[in-house]
Design a protein around this ligand. Structure first.
Ligand code: ZN
Length: 174
């Protein structure tokens, strides 16, 4: 996303973005104007907006993402999930380029829920280098969600949020 102007030039946050057309990942350098997808050459969405994915696209993204991914496993009938959506969206915008955020509707993508052993929703999981780093079950306020994500993707910088990492909420919808 545009983060400011320097010498009159619009700059973008460096990092990696997922194309919302072809789902390929593209690395973007700071200062590059109107970056395009390496694969299909569409203009990249730099907002970091969460992208809905199914079992297959999730598996591919976990394998290929050059940056950590936050995955929101949700369902439309779950009110904590619906309440979480704007929080996830805001965090995705804050961390655009640093992480990629996907959402998985567990009602439609049952296979993905099964593969990742999702027993309660919302479940938030962080993946990097093809593996799950951490998961958190239940609605979290923005600040706590952000601390948990930052602690997982920058383990050395964790401060005070490590308590959260092993914590499991009730197995029911939280
Ligand atoms: Zn593309």
């Amino acid at each position: 996303m545009p983060v400011g102007t320097e010498a009159g030039l619009l700059t973008v946050a460096p990092g990696a973005f997922r194309c919302n057309i072809c789902e390929a990942f593209t690395r973007v350098d700071a200062g590059k104007l109107e970056p395009r997808c390496n694969a299909c050459e569409s203009t990249l969405d730099l907002s970091g907006r969460p992208q809905e994915s199914d079992a297959l696209s999730l598996a591919r993204a976990i394998a290929l993402s050059p940056v950590p991914m936050l995955v929101d496993f949700w369902s439309p009938w779950c009110s904590p999930c619906v309440l979480s959506a704007p929080i996830v969206k805001a965090l995705a915008s804050t961390l655009a380029g640093e992480i990629v955020v996907l959402t998985v509707n567990t009602q439609e993508a049952e296979e993905a829920a099964e593969t990742h052993a999702i027993y309660a929703i919302p479940t938030f999981a962080i993946f990097a280098h093809g593996e799950e780093l951490s998961r958190q079950i239940g609605l979290l306020p923005h600040g706590m969600l952000e601390s948990w994500v930052r602690a997982a993707i920058h383990p050395g910088c964790a401060s005070g949020s490590s308590r959260l990492r092993g914590k499991r909420s009730s197995p029911d919808v939280a």
